[in-house]
Ligand binder design. Structure first.
Ligand SMILES: *Cc1c(COP(=O)(O)O)cnc(C)c1O
Length: 420
């Protein structure tokens, strides 16, 4: 059931109209639905139950998709684990009440301080991405008198058939180690006294709509697990990563049950625990970016609607040429004529657009919703052009909770220093 529907001519999130939210919190503003976030997590829970693996699987939300601490708190309360990629994300998860025993630490460039913090927190596993990281983590763990639980992120070299910027499992990717090199690295890891081998990890890419590549990757992981067992290295878990795609426009996004089915067929009868790291599919469709039309420019070549949100708020269109539906909050108020608009921000870059060639009947002051902006929206935002970052709110039924205050301009240069 969609939590984003027009009622009485106004777009609502659950029980609250976006007009009310704009009036109370201003624009631009990210708006999330608690019910939609919960439903997205429940979709995974249903999948695990349907496939009979609820007692040996864990969903670890990929924090980088949207790291607001209220969202992390919600997922922690629902029983989620977390996949982090920095010491900063670790700090957020801890503040949000996440269980350290359900934290996975991914990323190609973990530094010693981050390793140390994660060891002190007692995280579940480090997803190690290079030979050098194995040695470094071993040293840090020994200095602390502990053993670091590790899996190697292997690169199964399958083509996820997604945008090259979000394709991560090919041989040419900077991520992980080639699967051919994994057995030797695992033997090395098993020798190192500061490490404890606990799993195998992979993550092949993002916005995956076809479940076949993930199943193919799982097949290669299983082969590796069996090969390692032959070497006397027995892993406790297999981490299949994240990547399930969502609907932005007309994509056929599968339920978690259907998406995971081919992969779980490959994994049937295994004894290892199964870990998943979904990001986008837990938050993407559960949020929108609310913005107001500042200026209309009806040129000879093109029409522009300049809105108060920009690429610093939502970078995906500029970065990936991503498409987000853009809808008017108020429907059918005045019968102004529709035109074809580029929806652009105030930033001094030609790439600063949220949508191109959209047919809309617009007046200055209109509110627009940039849909499906819950993932890689606020998380990728910046202060480019000294623009304060947007407010974030979470709707829960008829209530609205502010979960991040709008930034103030003075905060943006508070850490800067004039010359002595
Ligand atoms: C980004 C990332 C994820 C989440 O990917 P989604 O496509 O958002 O599901 C999971 N694991 C790792 C290692 C990642 O880098």
């Amino acid at each position: 059931m969609s939590q984003f529907v027009h009622r009485d001519g106004l777009l609502h999130v659950e029980g609250v109209s976006l007009n009310v939210i704009a009036g109370r919190f201003g624009t631009p503003c990210y708006v999330y639905s608690r019910a939609a976030l919960t439903a997205a997590f429940e979709d995974y829970r249903t999948a695990l139950a349907t496939h009979g693996i609820a007692d040996r699987a864990l969903v670890c939300y990929a924090v980088k998709a949207n790291s607001n601490i209220a969202i992390l708190e919600l997922f922690a309360d629902l029983g989620a684990g977390f996949d982090i990629v920095s010491g900063g994300e670790l700090a957020r998860v801890m503040v949000a009440g996440g269980d350290p025993d359900k934290i996975l630490f991914s990323g190609v460039g973990k530094n010693r301080a981050e390793m140390q913090d994660a060891l002190e927190a007692g995280i579940r596993c480090f997803n190690v991405e290079s030979a050098s990281e194995l040695e470094k983590l071993n040293e840090v763990a020994l200095a602390h008198g502990v053993r670091a639980p590790i899996s190697l992120r292997v690169n199964p070299n399958v083509d996820p058939k997604t945008h090259p910027y979000i394709s991560t499992g090919l041989k040419t990717a900077k991520f992980g180690v080639p699967i051919e090199d994994a057995p030797a690295l695992y033997r090395r890891a098993a020798e190192l006294p500061g490490l404890k081998v606990t799993g195998i990890d992979c993550h092949i890419g993002s916005q995956l709509l076809d479940p076949a590549p993930a199943a193919e990757a799982a097949g290669k992981i299983v082969e590796l697990a069996d090969q390692l067992a032959g070497d006397g290295i027995v892993v406790e878990h297999l981490d299949l990563g994240g990547g399930k795609g969502i609907r932005y426009r007309d994509e056929n996004a599968l339920s978690a049950t259907d998406y995971l089915a081919p992969m779980l067929k490959v994994l049937a009868g295994r004894r290892e625990q199964l870990l998943f790291e979904p990001g986008r599919s837990l938050v993407g469709n559960a949020g929108l970016l609310l913005t107001q039309v500042e200026t209309l420019k009806h040129g000879t070549g093109k029409n522009f609607a300049v809105v108060d949100a920009a690429m610093n708020d939502l970078m995906r269109p500029a970065l990936y040429d991503a498409w987000h539906d853009i809808v008017k909050v108020s429907r059918g108020d005045k019968p102004s004529a529709a035109r074809i608009y580029d929806i652009v921000g105030p930033i001094c870059e030609s790439g600063d657009f949220l949508g191109q060639a959209r047919e809309l009947a617009l007046a200055e002051g209109d509110l627009l919703a940039v849909m499906s902006s819950g993932a890689y929206g606020m998380a990728m935002s910046s202060n480019y052009n000294t623009r304060p970052r947007a407010a974030e709110v979470m709707v829960d039924g008829n209530e609205v909770h502010l979960i991040r205050r709008r930034e103030q301009v003075a905060e943006l240069f508070a850490g800067e220093l004039l010359l002595p």
